[in-house]
Design a protein around this ligand. Structure first.
Ligand SMILES: [Zn+2]
Length: 276
């Protein structure tokens, strides 16, 4: 079973807002955040070597259009970066305040650039996930069979607005687009673990993604995690986490069936992304 990191930011040191590089400093075991970003992102080969070091077979590489908060990592650049290897899986972003024609952009990203999914950042872009402005995008994604990952739960970044991270708003989206694959990044981190768990159990195509949650706390947050092992997906949130291998090892140590851990660490993601 492959190991898939479903949440890898490929925003470069130049693309990040300057404050974010300082924010990353504690996450770096040693050295400058910008140096680490350069080492991993200057070339796709650098990233593939890093994935090998960390024991990761595939990484979902995220674009972002967050000019008010974290920075802007364009869909085109991320797609070009990922063309080097099928182990690098690009996910596009649209920002309803910035992207002129979101449906056309999603279509272009998937059919021309090769993006395999969409990541949306309601907390950083300030919209509710059930905002009707996004419905044409959801309809197009459902039609094309493209999964959408939403940031849910808290963020400590300046400019973030937490109310938009409540997973409950995704209930509308799941009801109105019953064939759309919805991935709740961070599983409602902080305030809403119970809501995220309930939604993933209730809706056939809604998944929990556990990026940013301490692995040793997973069974505290989700005591019935094993019952939902088909709906849980691992991710790192690199560069916020640099010891990804350590997190993978911590998940492997959890008192869960081996089969459940294999699904969480990559089996479910491989199925969603059509990886062999
Ligand atoms: Zn993230």
């Amino acid at each position: 079973m492959p190991v898939v990191d479903f949440h890898f930011h490929v925003t470069t040191a130049d693309e990040y807002a300057p404050w974010l590089l300082e924010w990353l400093r504690p996450a770096m075991k040693k050295g400058e955040p910008a140096e680490h970003l350069h080492r991993v992102l200057d070339t796709p080969q650098g990233m593939l070597e890093y994935l090998d070091e960390q024991g990761i077979d595939y990484a979902v590489c995220l674009a972002e259009t967050n000019p008010l908060t974290t920075g802007v990592s364009p869909n085109d650049r991320v797609a070009t970066f990922c063309q080097a290897s099928r182990r690098l899986i690009p996910f596009a972003n649209i920002n309803p305040y910035v992207t002129p024609n979101p449906v056309a952009e999603l279509t272009r990203c998937v059919t021309e650039l090769g993006h395999k999914g969409l990541k949306l950042y309601p907390v950083y872009q300030h919209f509710y996930p059930n905002d009707r402005r996004l419905y044409p995008v959801y309809a197009r994604a459902q039609e094309m069979g493209v999964p959408i990952m939403f940031h849910t739960g808290s963020s400590t970044f300046p400019g973030a607005r937490l109310k938009y991270g409540d997973p409950l708003y995704l209930d509308d989206v799941a009801v109105d687009f019953p064939r759309l694959t919805i991935i709740m990044a961070h599983s409602g981190r902080g305030f809403w673990y119970d809501r995220a768990f309930f939604l993933a159990r209730l809706h056939e195509h809604v998944y929990m993604e556990i990026t940013g949650l301490p692995p040793q706390k997973l069974l505290v947050y989700f005591p019935d995690l094993e019952k939902l092992a088909d709906k849980v997906i691992f991710g790192s949130d690199w560069p916020a986490v640099t010891d990804i291998a350590g997190n993978i090892a911590a998940i492997r140590r959890l008192p869960l069936a081996e089969e459940a851990k294999d699904k969480i660490l990559g089996g479910n993601a491989a199925r969603l992304l059509g990886l062999s």
